[in-house]
Design a binder for this molecule. Sequence first.
Ligand code: HEM
Length: 369
Amino acid sequence: MKYLLGNGLLTSEGEFWLRQRRLIQPAFHKQKLAQLVTDMASCTGNMISKWEQGSYSQLTTEMMMLTLDIVSSTLLHANVKNNATIISEALSFLLKSVNIRTRTPILLPIWIPTPEHQKIKKAVKAINEVLDAVFEQRRSDSNQHHDLLSMLMESKYEASGESMSSKQLRDEVMTIFVAGHETTANALSWALYLLAKHPEKLSNCKNEIRQVLNGRTPEFNDLTNLKYLTNVIEETLRIYPPAWIIGRKNIKPDKIGNYAVPAGTNILISPYALHRDKRFWENPETFIPERFETGETIKKVKNMYLPFGAGPRICIGNNFAMMEMQIVLAMILSKFTPVLNPSAQVVPEPLITLRPKGLEIDMKPDFLN
Ligand code: HEM
C-alpha cells in the first residue's frame, strides 16, 4: 500500500500524520461537503441513464465504477474526465495486486524487476503522470473550482502558513482515491442485496424516498429527512462492515482480559465480529434497520459499532461516504427495484475490504411494475 500511497493519511504515522490530518480535516467538514452533492448526484444520474438504455452489467462492477467516478469528480472535478480511464484501469490493477500481495506470505522486494513488479511500476507511473498534469493545470488556472482538490491546495499549515508540497498533495490525492471508493462500493452492493432480500424494508425505503423527494434529484437539505434510508445504511454497515478488520500496534505494555500484551504487538480488531456479538446486539444476524431509529443503539453499543473505526484515526471520509450512499441509494431506489437471483450463493469475501462474492442482482425498472 505504501508503495502506491506514499506518505498519505492512511499510511503515515505519528507527528507527520497528525499535521496532515489537521490540515485536511476541514475539507471534509459537512458544510464543505455540501458543495459536492451536485457532483455525486450527477454521476449517479449518468449511471442510471445508462441502465435505462439497457447497459447494466453486474451490480458490484456498476457500484465500483460509480464510486470511482464520484471520487474522481468530487476530488478533481472536470480535470480528470479525459484521463479517467487511465486512472481507473491502473488503480483497479494495483488494488488487485495489493490484494494478492496481502495474501502472499513471502514477497520479493518491489525493486526486483519481475514482470509483475514492472507492471506495478508502470501503473503507478501512469497515475502519477495524470495527477502531475492535473496539478500543473490547476496551478495556472485562475477559475474557482468547488472540489476537494482546490480545498486541499488552498489549505495551509497553521504554524508555517505554507501549503502542501506537490509530492504530499499527490500522496493525499491517491489515498483519497483508494480509501474513498472500494469501501463505499461494497457497502452499496451489500445494502441493495439486503433490501432485495427483505421486501418489506425495501418498500419502507421506497415510500420514504417518494415522500421526501417526489421524483426530484436529492439535494443536501433532503438528506436529514431520509431517516429510514440512513438506518438501512447503518444496519448494512453493521452486518457487512467493508473495513472488516483494523490493525493497531500498542505503544505501551497493556493487558486485554487475562492476556499481557507487550508494547509493539500487532493487534487486529474485527468490526465484523464485534457487530455480530450476541453480548451487545439482539438478533445480531438479522437485518433490522429499525434498531438505529432512536440513536439509542449507537449510545448503548459505543465502541462496539466501528464501521468507520474510532479514536483519532477514525475515517476522515465518514460524512462523505454517508452522504454519497444516501444520494446513490435514493436515486437508484426512486426508479428501480433490486431483484436477487434466487440461485445466487452470496458469501462475504474478506479481502482488504469485505466484498459480496457471488452476488447476482437485477435492477427492475419500476415502470414495469
Ligand atoms: C462506507 C465507506 C467507508 C468505510 C466503511 C470506511 C472505513 C474506514 C475505516 C474503518 C478507517 C480507519 C482505519 C483504521 O482505524 O485503521 C478509515 C480510514 C480512512 N478513510 Fe474511510 N471508509 C469509507 C469511506 C471513505 C471515503 C469516502 C473516504 C474519502 C473520500 C475515506 C477516506 C479515508 C482516509 C483518508 C482514512 C485514513 C484516515 C487517517 O488515518 O487519518 N473513507 N476508513
